[in-house]
Design a protein around this ligand. Structure first.
Ligand SMILES: [Zn+2]
Length: 425
């Protein structure tokens, strides 16, 4: 590469980084004047002026309706995140339904629809076709409102390869090594910002994390463990404010942490995994709720299990009490490994959070943040069934705002490096 090209790349990268600083400032702390943006980001006031001009022109930033009160002279113009012409689309696949939702770049909800699906388990191309059709309805609606459907994130209930191309394992759907994203892409509209695929537990974890951080007492939250039971167990970890992905993207299938030495043989080939003792299917059968499972589905049967245990029904009490022992072992291992400041529990675990949180005193020192300590550091999940799709748009928003040029939101036109904002500081 010629020296001139290298210089060009570097200045574009610096400019992209600085644009990202301005956008992140407006996204996280709300409307601000140019002077405040300069102060908060550490950028020179002249650089901020240039960067803001580019962002205003691209429709990513706009003048806020309100003005800051004047200290001297005229009131200061406040700027806020715009991005109302950019749509981030997320599609969440469940066993019996598909939900597609879209937010604009500032996180304002634009569109949401859920469709029931009745597709034979294992038939990925058929589900891809249904998903692509649901996505097309969304993109058509956005386009009609003059909003560009910019990116697509597909969320599946299972483990996804780190490059986001393959579903490695989705028990509920009967998929292994399924190139589902390609099956969707060939049927769905094109997205200028690209399409990705994620496992649902990690994305739900991220959405819970971003939601918790809005609490004044948890604004500094950096490390969080999320574990939920739906059909099996799923988990996600946020560490240093970032979603932990592991080497292969499949980190933390908590159902396969070994909690009993030389226990029963598991489908994964090892012995004594949590799911051999406390898989939701096993629990509802053990508590005599097989008929509810048959007629109303697993989620209803798990709700009934918790309700029966609360009502003191002996088989349910026995089943839940025993399961909690195994679940605590799994959690203790994860807590010692990741040292989360808070532990968020979803699904049936969220219903049982008070019982599960009665852990060893020895573990207390490994969780907690500020005034949130001990049992208070164990929280039920706040977001419902669409946590994963919400997490997908939140993660996408963060990526786009952090590097608007690299992600294609802003053009890399010739001469861009000569603009004032490109000056490295
Ligand atoms: Zn296993």
């Amino acid at each position: 590469m010629a020296a001139a090209d290298r210089t060009h790349l570097t200045s574009v990268d610096v400019r992209d980084h600085n644009l990202g600083l301005v956008l992140a400032r407006l996204a996280h702390s709300g409307p601000a004047a140019r002077t405040a943006i300069a102060l908060d980001t550490g950028l020179a006031r002249s650089a901020v002026t240039g960067l803001v001009a580019a962002l205003l022109e691209a429709g990513l930033v706009r003048a806020a309706a309100e003005h800051a009160p004047p200290t001297v002279g005229r009131p200061l113009e406040l700027l806020e995140l715009d991005g109302s012409r950019i749509g981030m689309v997320a599609a969440q696949v469940e066993v019996d339904e598909i939900t597609v939702l879209a937010h604009d770049l500032a996180g304002r909800p634009l569109w949401q629809r859920t469709r029931r699906v009745h597709t034979p388990i294992g038939d990925a191309p058929s589900i891809a076709a249904l998903l692509a059709d649901a996505v097309s309805s969304c993109t058509a609606a956005l386009t009609e409102q003059h909003i560009e459907p910019f990116s697509l994130d597909v969320v599946v209930p299972g483990l996804v390869s780190k490059d986001g191309s393959k579903v490695l394992y989705a028990l509920d759907l009967g998929w292994t090594d399924e190139p589902f994203l390609a099956q969707v892409i060939e049927r769905a509209p094109q997205f200028r910002g690209g399409a990705s695929m994620h496992g649902d537990a990690q994305l739900a974890a991220y959405a819970e994390y971003m939601t918790l951080r809005r609490d004044p007492g948890l604004a500094d939250l950096q490390h969080m463990l999320y574990v939920r039971s739906r059909t099996g167990y799923g988990a996600g970890v946020v560490t240093d404010g970032r979603l932990f992905r592991g080497g292969h993207g499949t980190a933390l299938p908590p159902g396969h942490l070994i909690v009993q030495r030389d226990g029963e043989l598991c489908d994964c080939g090892r012995r004594g995994c949590l799911v051999t003792l406390a898989d939701p299917e096993i629990l509802v059968a053990r508590a005599g709720l097989g008929a509810v499972r048959e007629s109303e589905g697993l989620h209803a049967a798990m709700d009934a299990l918790v309700a029966h245990a609360r009502a003191g029904e002996p088989a349910a009490v026995r089943t839940v009490t025993e399961a909690i022992q195994w679940i605590r072992l799994m959690l203790a291992n994860l807590i010692l490994s990741y040292e989360p400041e808070v532990v968020v529990l979803g699904g049936m675990l969220g219903d049982l959070v008070d019982d599960i949180a009665q852990m060893d005193d020895a573990l207390r020192g490994f969780v907690g943040l500020g005034d949130v300590q001990g049992r208070d550091a164990f929280l039920p999940a706040r977001l419902g069934d669409l946590a994963a799709a919400t997490g997908a748009v939140l993660l996408r928003q963060q990526e786009l705002l952090a590097a608007p040029v690299r992600t294609g939101l802003l053009p890399t036109g010739p001469g861009i490096q000569d603009l004032p904002g490109a000056t490295p500081l």
